[in-house]
Every structure is written in C-alpha cells, then in structure tokens.
Design a binder for this molecule. Structure first.
Ligand SMILES: Cc1cc2nc3c(=O)[nH]c(=O)nc-3n(C[C@H](O)[C@H](O)[C@H](O)COP(=O)(O)OP(=O)(O)OC[C@H]3O[C@@H](n4cnc5c(N)ncnc54)[C@H](O)[C@@H]3O)c2cc1C
Length: 311
C-alpha cells in the first residue's frame, strides 16, 4: 500500500514541488546521489573505482516533452563522457553511463522515437571515443516495446550497447530469450515502476521467481549478464549459476545502487567478482529518491526525520 502511494508520489507534480522545495538535509540526498554536477559524478566515480568497484553514471531526469531539454541532456552525457575520459576513468569500461530514453526524447509529442534514437546514438559515439559503453535504462512498462526496438536498431552500429530487463514484466522471459546473443549486455533488475496486472506480476514471490528464471537464461547464454539487485537470495542464486555454467568472473557483473548496501558491494568485489555501482547525479533527484523510498519504506522514517531536523 505504502509502496503504491510512494510510487504515485514519484509521478506527482504537487508532491515533487513540496518535497523538492523543502530544506532537505544535504545528507539524505547525498546518501544516494553523487552531487549536482558532472564534476561531482567524476569525483565520486574515482573514489568508487579506487575502492575496486566499477561505475555506471546516470544524469538524473526523465519524461521530457521538450526537444531542447532532450538535446541538453544528450549534451550533458557527451560532456560527462569527455570528463570521465580526461580523468582516466572510462577506458576499458570502468566507468560507463546509463541513459533513460524518456530523458532524451522518447515521449516528445512528435518524432519521439526517432529523436531518442538519434540522441542515444550520439551518446554511444561519445562513449566509444571515451573507450566505454552505454546501457539504456528500462522505465514504465508502456515504453518497453519502443526501448527494446531502439536498442535492437542501435546495436547494428554499437554492438556493446546494453539494455535492461525488468523481471516484474510478464514479457521478461521472452525478452531474455531474444537477447541471448553473443556479446549482448543485459542488466536484469526487478523493476522500479508500478504496472498493471495485465503487463506485470503483482506479487513479490512471482517477481522473484521471474528474476530467477531470467537469470538462468542469461547465465546459460552467450551474452554478458549484469545482475542488478540488493537481494541477498538472488545474489546467491547468481553466484551458484555462475559456478554451474563455469563462467569466469569477468564474463558477468553484479550491480547495485550508490548508497545501498555499500559494505556488500565491497565484500563482493573483494571475492574477485566485478561489481558496478549505479551512480546518479544532477538536480532532478526527486523521482529517483522517491522510488528508492518505495522499495524500502523503512528509509522513510530516516528521510522524514531529516526533513524535520533541517528546518
Ligand atoms: C544497478 C541497478 C540498476 C537499475 N536499473 C533499473 C532500470 O533501468 N529500470 C528499473 O525499473 N529499475 C532499475 N533498478 C531498480 C530495480 O528494479 C529495483 O527497483 C531495486 O533494485 C530494488 O530491488 P532489489 O532487487 O534490490 O530487491 P528488493 O526486493 O527491493 O529488496 C530485496 C532485499 O534486498 C535487501 N535490501 C534492499 N534494499 C536494501 C537496503 N537499502 N539496505 C539493506 N538491504 C537492502 C533486503 O534484504 C531486501 O529484503 C536498478 C537497480 C539496480 C541495482
């Protein structure tokens, strides 16, 4: 119930205004977000890489209906990639970027899919120059078809372009089968958005079972699985699958969000596994933060206390 309320709030302009303008304790946002500028993201990326982790950087923002804004987000990513390269962090994919199709134009009233495709292609070209890769995030279930089509089209020119499967969606197993190709980079996550029962599993056990099924398909396939979860049970299943399939540690990676289970991120990396941290930055942190609270309502108390104490 609380999860549904919070997910609705992540989409509400009134709630956004109220919370974004509250004198939030800097610490609450800083726990999950690198900072406001690309320079902040580069500095935190360096710390994470120095600690033996990999990074995927996300410039916060989504759902734009303004072509200029979509172009500005694209330019921000290209600039970020240049800064990561100049700092020596992008070579070999140690720091890559994650991009939301709706942030670069997918929902524009006209030519949305074409604009998003062209903008993602620009970011892929900048990533190639920087010696790294791009992963296209998954968003609301209504965008899944278009997102998969964009990725499939761009893979002709950028074969290392990564994509995301949300195990909560009923289409997940079919998408995994279609993506089981040599070299395909697929991030598997549970899914952070509310979807209707026609499109998605609605109970946690079903979502987890779907995750385990997708994991089996990806781990036994010829691609490069990216296991994105904080769920210790699913992490253990992934590790067991990797042993069963005789996968070398460099043939797959674990992924977790910045600020969530940081000790576990370091513990896994110390075992020799590759662990990539999803690192968001930018001013538009509201929807991202509220989705994190929806996943773990226990954090809500912490958040509300810091709201009160910052006044
Ligand atoms: C790298 C990465 C990229 C992602 N990209 C996308 C995307 O493109 N599209 C999308 O829809 N979603 C994305 N997500 C979000 C994802 O879909 C889930 O919403 C989110 O990861 C929560 O699910 P979970 O698998 O961690 O398990 P949950 O079901 O949230 O948690 C399972 C268990 O994990 C442990 N746990 C979880 N959080 C914490 C915590 N804060 N502290 C301690 N233990 C904790 C607990 O034991 C908990 O019971 C991404 C997630 C990650 C990690």
């Amino acid at each position: 119930m609380l999860r549904h309320m919070l997910l609705a709030a992540s989409d509400s302009d009134r709630a956004r205004q109220l919370i974004s303008s509250a004198p939030l304790a800097r610490g609450v946002v800083a726990r999950y977000v690198a900072g406001e500028s690309a320079a902040d993201a580069v500095a935190v990326s360096r710390d994470l890489i120095d600690a033996g982790l990999l990074v995927t950087v996300d410039y916060l923002g989504e759902d734009t209906t303004d072509p200029d804004q979509a172009a500005a987000v694209t330019a921000e990513y290209c600039g970020l990639l240049r800064q990561l390269a100049a700092a020596g962090l992008s070579r070999g994919g140690r720091a890559e970027v994650s991009v939301k199709p709706t942030a670069v134009g997918l929902q524009l009233p006209e030519h949305g899919r074409k604009t998003a495709t062209e903008n993602i292609a620009r970011i892929c070209a900048a990533a190639r120059d920087a010696g790294t890769t791009v992963t296209v995030d998954a968003e609301e279930h209504t965008t899944a078809e278009a997102t998969q089509a964009i990725v499939a089209g761009l893979r002709q020119d950028f074969p290392d372009l990564g994509c995301v499967i949300q195990s909560s969606l009923r289409r997940a197993a079919g998408d995994c089968a279609a993506l089981a190709r040599p070299g395909s980079r697929v991030r598997l996550c549970k899914g952070a958005y509310d979807s209707p029962a026609t499109a998605a599993f609605t109970s946690r056990p079903e979502v987890d079972r779907s995750y385990a099924r997708c994991l089996r398909a990806l781990m036994s396939g010829p691609g490069y699985p990216m296991v994105a979860t904080h769920d210790p049970r699913l992490t253990r299943i992934a590790a067991a699958q990797a042993v069963l399939e005789r996968r070398a540690p460099e043939s797959f990676e674990y992924q977790m969000l910045y600020g969530i289970r940081p000790a576990e991120q370091r513990r896994l990396a110390a075992t020799g596994a590759q662990v990539r941290v999803y690192l968001p930055y930018g001013r538009d942190w509201y929807a991202y933060l509220v989705r994190r609270l929806a996943e773990r309502p226990a954090n809500l108390t912490f958040f509300l206390r810091s709201l009160a104490s910052s006044r």
